[in-house]
Structure formats: structure tokens, C-alpha cells
Design a protein around this ligand. Structure first.
Ligand code: HEM
Length: 321
């Protein structure tokens, strides 16, 4: 944020993914990955497009730029491991890399060395998911100036006596920001569906699903059903206040459903709220140009398109770095 100049314009992904990564890599993996994160995320997105959603042929992973990005990603993963030997971690708070390495050490059959790169590399993706989701939230705020003002007011109250501490971030003090994020996660969730493979033949709602069937479960489809969320195409944060509490009706699933729903949801929610508050307190942000409909990249996860450019219109408060 310290490098953002007043008057400058940035594509939304290029602005917010590194911002979130500057926090998530040190917090989850105890390393700084800023220099290589853009390459690593481009590589990961390509892997997902080729291997999971299959929108690109295999050779697209082997282009020269992708081979360079694959090496950059591997360098980060190697660094995660090289900085997490038992001696190096004495007295340090446990992070996610420690947890994966401990699981591998205690049960190498369950999490073999050959599979470690996948979860370690996935740590980097949280910057993309949270950055993109904050990008969606900012876009919705810019469409709803009255809400933008209310979030800014919450932020200014939190920073009134210096940087807020953890006890200051109670739900009542960040109520509007929290509900803006909940509504963003309903209207523009980064994950709209999950992929599964049927492991045991079963019958669901009268449909027989043979073993091996590939399923796309569109868990966020209910977000747009009138009976679950009245007037579903309107951005309305009062859905989540009593007596409406529409998120408790069973149709709200931005973090997935069932056994493998998001383990990081509480972290993500709090982390994104803090970032939205930091952004509105320190800067006034504008859309460089308006759109009739929000431009999005739908795959491999939903992202606000880089065609959306954000302008730093004003620095409202000094950054203490
Ligand atoms: C905008 C933020 C995020 C969203 C919308 C999100 C959403 C999701 C969704 C939908 C799934 C389920 C995928 C499936 O069913 O195949 C999932 C899984 C998971 N998420 Fe997140 N996530 C976010 C951020 C995070 C963060 C920050 C972390 C870690 C700190 C995290 C950790 C995980 C883990 C470990 C799983 C796998 C759980 C399992 O397989 O049992 N997520 N996430």
C-alpha cells in the first residue's frame, strides 16, 4: 500500500492479490513471497485450467513462460521446506507449513513426500482467493456509495486511537463491513461449484449416480433463488440482520458444503474484513471507468476481471510502516 501513489490506477487483481499475499504468506508460511507471487499464481491458475476445469490443452503448461513460472513456484515451495526444519522452528508460533510437515512426519503413508508440493503450493492460492473476493467487495461498495461511507465510518472509528488491536475487531464494531462481505460472498462468490467423483454408486433425488461419475455440485446456485434470498439480484446487507437472517435458511454456501467445506472460512472472513477496513480508512478509491455489468473471469475460480481498474483518488490517512 505504501507504494500506491495518489492518482495512480491499478487493475483490480494486480492491486489486491499482492496486498493479501504480503500478509498471508508470512502468516501461513512464515516467508515473504512478494517477488515471485505473480508468477506462482499465474502458474497455479494455468494448472487448474489445464488439469481440473480442462479448458486448455496439456501443452499450455509447457510453454516457455509457464516453465519459468513453474520453476518460480517450486522455488517458493522449496523455501517453505528449507525454512521449516525442527531447529529453525523452535519457539516460533506454528504455521500451516509446520502442520503439513508434522502430518507428513507422523504419517508418511497418509501424506507422502511426493504429495507435499500440492498442499504447500495451495497456501499461495489463499492470496488469490482473498484478494479477488476483496476486489468483488470493493466493486460492490463502489456501486453502493452509501455503504462505502458506512464501511469508511466503521474503519475511521476503529483507527480513532491508532492501529486497532484484536479486541477492537468485535462483530458489533465491524457489523456493516462483515455484512458487506457476506453479501459479496453471496452475490459474487469466488467458488460457485465443487467437483466430486462418485466413490460408491448411490441414488440422489431419484437419479442413480454410478461409481466414477464426475459431478459438478453448483453449491452457490441457491444464492440466486427467490425463495432463499428474496430479490436475489439486489445487493442488500440487511438480509443478514434479524429478523431476516436469510443466511441461516440453508441456501448460503460460499465456503462449500459438507465434510470438505472451507477450513479457513473464519480466518478468511476476518482477514478480508480487516483489509476492506484498511483500504477505506487509508484511501479513497474510485472506479477508473464505470461498467454496465461487472466484468468477471469465470474460470478456474470467479475473479473480478483485470479490466476493472481502481484509482487511488485520495490518501485519507498516513500509513505507518
Ligand atoms: C475468499 C476466501 C475463501 C473462500 C471463498 C474459500 C472457499 C472454499 C471452498 C468453497 C472450499 C471447498 C472446496 C470443495 O468442496 O472442493 C474450500 C476448501 C478449503 N479451504 Fe477455503 N476459501 C477461502 C479462503 C481460505 C483460506 C484463507 C484458507 C486457509 C487459511 C482456506 C483453507 C481451505 C482448506 C484447507 C480447504 C479444504 C478443506 C477440506 O478439503 O477438508 N480457505 N474453501
Amino acid at each position: 500500500m505504501a507504494s500506491w501513489d495518489v492518482g495512480s490506477t491499478m487493475p483490480v487483481q494486480a492491486m489486491l492479490r499482492p496486498l493479501l499475499n504480503a500478509q498471508s504468506s508470512p502468516l501461513l508460511a512464515s516467508i515473504d513471497t512478494q517477488a515471485e507471487i505473480a508468477d506462482a499464481l499465474e502458474y497455479k491458475v494455468r494448472v487448474l485450467n489445464v488439469g481440473i476445469v480442462k479448458t486448455m490443452p496439456r501443452f499450455m503448461l509447457n510453454t516457455l513462460p509457464m516453465r519459468r513460472r513453474a520453476k518460480a513456484t517450486q522455488r517458493i515451495i522449496d523455501r517453505m521446506q528449507n525454512t521449516h526444519t525442527a531447529t529453525q522452528r523452535v519457539g516460533k508460533p506454528k504455521d500451516v507449513v509446520d502442520a503439513y510437515l508434522a502430518l507428513h512426519a507422523s504419517d508418511p503413508q497418509f501424506l507422502p513426500e511426493s504429495d507435499l508440493s500440492l498442499p504447500l503450493g495451495a497456501i499461495l492460492m489463499t492470496a488469490m482467493y482473498m484478494g479477488d473476493q476483496v476486489g468483488f467487495a470493493l466493486y460492490w461498495l463502489l456501486q453502493n456509495p452509501e455503504l462505502y461511507e458506512r464501511v469508511t465510518a466503521e474503519a475511521d472509528a476503529l483507527w480513532a486511537e491508532g492501529d486497532p488491536g484484536e479486541d477492537d475487531l468485535s462483530p458489533d464494531r465491524i457489523d456493516v463491513t462483515r455484512r458487506v462481505l457476506m453479501e459479496t460472498l453471496r452475490m459474487s462468490p469466488i467458488t460457485v461449484m465443487s467437483m466430486r467423483t462418485v466413490m460408491n454408486t448411490c441414488v440422489v433425488e431419484g437419479y442413480e449416480l454410478p461409481v466414477g461419475t464426475q459431478l459438478l455440485i453448483a453449491q452457490a446456485a441457491t444464492h440466486y433463488l427467490e425463495e432463499a434470498f428474496p430479490d436475489p439480484w439486489t445487493f442488500d446487507i440487511d438480509r443478514y440482520a434479524p429478523p431476516r437472517n436469510e443466511h441461516r435458511g440453508g441456501g448460503y454456501a460460499p465456503f462449500g458444503l459438507g465434510t470438505h467445506s472451507c477450513l479457513g472460512r473464519r480466518w478468511a472472513h476476518m482477514h478480508m474484513a480487516i483489509n476492506l477496513l484498511m483500504l477505506t480508512h487509508h484511501f479513497r478509491i474510485e472506479l477508473a471507468r464505470p461498467f454496465k455489468r461487472m466484468p468477471m473471469d469465470p474460470l478456474p475460480s470467479q475473479s473480478p476481471s483485470n479490466r476493472i481498474k481502481l484509482r487511488i483518488a485520495e490518501q485519507r490517512h498516513e500509513l505507518r510502516v
